[in-house]
Design a protein around this ligand. Structure first.
Ligand code: ADP
Ligand code: MG
Length: 265
């Protein structure tokens, strides 16, 4: 851990004497330190901080999610100490080499989300909320175009994030609310042995459309199988297997819509 980092007293006491591993998997810019039984995630202060912790606490006992051990803030950062999820990320080569197990387990995780009763859910991530946040990000120039799909912007795609936002506002699909993880990608879904272990990275979780997670899961399977992040290529994985496991027909329009919406985040 960087020696310049000054941790709040309560957090420091709880992790005292333990040497962390630094995790560089995430793309959010947060710093993540993994200890034997706990994980410390340090994020810049945003409007999202409290809602994330509230959502994690609401989900405790309903779904396998990290338990909030302690959460502190200073003027710049939020320090979230949570329990460590057992097992490995589902993009680990063990699972990528076993497409049947991987896709079956991801489908099971999606169905677990759908089984949660939404009454009392503290966070609404319906399309209006998402589009409002997307609008803010576009206005402030926060969209990372270099991290989007190559086909989204430029030749044959949208001119710029503004044009995409207008398209999204004019092409809203119907709304089918379920509990949505919001960033349903393989590094955020843990497996232990041959079983699903739990959901991490809950900063975008809330009541949201059913196709939001399906779309992001489909894209993540495809990206991880194609070696999009510089890793190995796994030709045995066909992301379309997800629909067979979920026993639903892919709604290509909604999948496209939610992948495009996520480009603005
Ligand atoms: N509670 C946890 N248990 C185990 N590993 C974790 C936990 N939280 C984070 N990690 C590890 O750190 C990585 C990045 O954390 P994450 O919360 O997903 O950050 P980001 O928002 O940057 O994606 C994860 O993909 C995972 O490997
Ligand atoms: Mg993550």
């Amino acid at each position: 851990m960087s020696s310049r980092l000054i941790l709040p007293e309560n957090i420091r006491k709880l992790i005292s004497g333990q040497l962390p591993e630094v995790d560089n998997t995430g793309l959010s810019g947060a710093s993540v330190y993994v200890f034997e039984d706990s994980v410390l995630k340090i994020e810049k202060i945003s409007e999202n901080n409290d809602a994330t912790v509230e959502m994690m606490m609401w989900l405790e006992g309903k779904l396998p999610v990290p338990r909030v051990i302690c959460c502190e803030k200073d003027s710049e950062y939020q320090y979230l100490l949570m329990s460590r999820m057992p097992g490995k990320m589902s993009c680990d080569s063990y699972y990528m080499e076993r497409p049947g197990l991987l896709v079956r387990t991801l489908a099971e995780a999606i169905r677990m989300l759908w089984s949660v009763d939404l009454s009392g859910c503290p966070r609404d991530r319906n399309l209006e909320t998402e589009l409002k946040e997307a609008e803010y990000r576009v206005e402030k120039g926060l969209v990372a175009i270099d991290r989007t799909e190559p086909s989204t912007f430029g030749d044959g795609g949208f001119k710029d994030p503004e044009e995409l936002l207008i398209w999204l506002e004019n092409n809203k699909p119907g709304y089918d609310p379920v509990l949505s993880h919001g960033d349903f990608c393989l590094p955020n879904l843990f497996m232990d042995g041959d079983r699903f272990s739990g959901f991490i990275d809950l900063g975008s979780a809330g009541a949201g459309d059913k196709w939001r997670d399906i779309a992001l899961c489909y894209r993540s399977l495809k990206h991880n199988a194609e070696g999009f992040y510089g890793g190995r290529v796994y030709p045995g994985i066909d992301a379309g297997m997800l629909f067979d496991e979920l026993r639903i027909k892919p709604d290509q329009e909604k999948i496209r819509y939610y992948i495009l919406l996520d480009e603005l985040f």
